[in-house]
Design a protein around this ligand. Structure first.
Ligand code: CAA
Length: 306
């Protein structure tokens, strides 16, 4: 079997016995954590990840934990990091063993935004011609649920990246903001579009126009995040939720995610029609029959993803 044909989780298991290195434990992840050295290789040569740590978690080993790992720059989202992240998430999306993904950073920073050093001298023709930040949208196209577990700063592109995920959990010391205005630009990865949809116009406008940061408690109050935990419990709590999600039918979870996301793209009438069609679609699935039958028979369902 070619290397690329192996699933991502197979690779993790393999790398654990060969070229893995131990991950330092910034957030109380208890199990042995493996630093993935590659998902791609040409011949026998493996290409290393420079900016990510990836691990498999959960009692059924079906949760992927992806950690942004560029600590010296507070996980600033340089081009290389975003390319790696897109590639890893796409691999995980194809990996049938993985049911849910948790994306996190360090205790100090989820991500402090796009890399200002990298873009400082960019010109208009360069960013237009090169489609600057275009590849970031890959994150929002992943079909499996992604839970952002945000400790520390989630600023600019970091806040936008968390909003591309499906659920945001925050550590008590997390801070969210769109400070681009302070450095003479505006959000460029969905901040002006997703933030007002999630928290309303007035708050979004206040954050985007002032560059002010909000703390985790306020982010919870305005609905940007769905729960706040002590920093050292955050990732474990995200994994618990991920395990619950992964215990459901994979295909139905995917349809449910698609249906909720449609609420941000369509009118209410169109969204309701789309939802109804997806709901009807579940009646073509063995998992729908199994779920309802298990309920009637008072037992746990055995989902197969069919
Ligand atoms: N890009 C590049 N480097 C960054 C960075 C960023 N976005 N944020 C922090 N860093 C670097 C700093 O330059 C510094 O590096 P050096 O040690 O080499 O000088 C290191 O990370 C630590 O940062 P600070 O010394 O500034 O740490 P602090 O604790 O004093 O402040 C902070 C932390 C408030 C997050 C501050 O670093 C900051 O304001 N960062 C920039 C936040 C920002 O403006 N983000 C938006 C970027 S634009 C964007 O994201 C556009 C978009 O929509 C995609």
């Amino acid at each position: 079997m070619s290397f690329l044909a192996r699933t991502f989780s197979q690779f993790i298991t393999r790398s654990g016995t060969t070229a893995s290195t131990l991950l330092t434990k910034p957030h109380n992840v208890s199990a042995l954590a493996l630093r993935l050295s590659s998902t791609q290789q040409s011949g026998n040569e493996q290409k290393k990840y420079d900016y990510l740590l990836v691990d498999v978690k959960g009692k059924d080993s079906n949760i992927a934990l992806v950690q942004l790992n560029r600590p010296k720059a507070l996980n600033a989202l340089c081009d290389g990091l975003m390319k790696e992240l897109s590639s890893v998430l796409e691999s995980l999306d194809r990996d049938e063993k993985i049911g849910c993904i948790v994306l996190t950073g360090s205790t100090r920073a989820f991500a402090a935004g796009a890399d200002i050093r990298e873009m400082q001298n960019n010109t208009l023709p360069q960013v237009v011609g090169g489609g600057f930040l275009d590849q970031w949208s890959a994150v929002s196209k992943i079909k499996k649920p992604i839970i952002a577990a945000v400790n520390g700063f989630a600023l600019g592109g970091g806040c936008e990246l968390s909003m591309m995920c499906d659920i945001i959990y925050a550590g008590e010391e997390a801070e969210f903001g769109q400070p681009e205005i302070i450095i003479g630009t505006i959000p460029g990865a969905g901040g002006t579009q997703r933030l007002p949809r999630y928290v309303g116009k007035s708050k979004a406008m206040e954050m985007v126009l002032t560059g002010n940061r909000i703390k985790a408690k306020e982010a919870y109050q305005i609905g940007l995040v769905s729960a706040v935990f002590p920093a050292n419990q955050l990732v474990d709590e995200a994994i618990k939720t991920a395990e619950k999600i992964a215990s459901h039918s994979r295909i139905v979870v995917q349809l449910a995610k698609e249906a909720v996301n449609a609420a941000f793209e369509t009118t209410l009438a169109e969204g309701n029609r789309f939802e109804k069609r997806l709901f009807h679609t579940t009646f073509g699935l063995a998992d729908r029959k199994e779920g309802m039958t298990a309920f009637i028979e008072k037992r746990k369902p055995n989902f197969t993803g069919q």
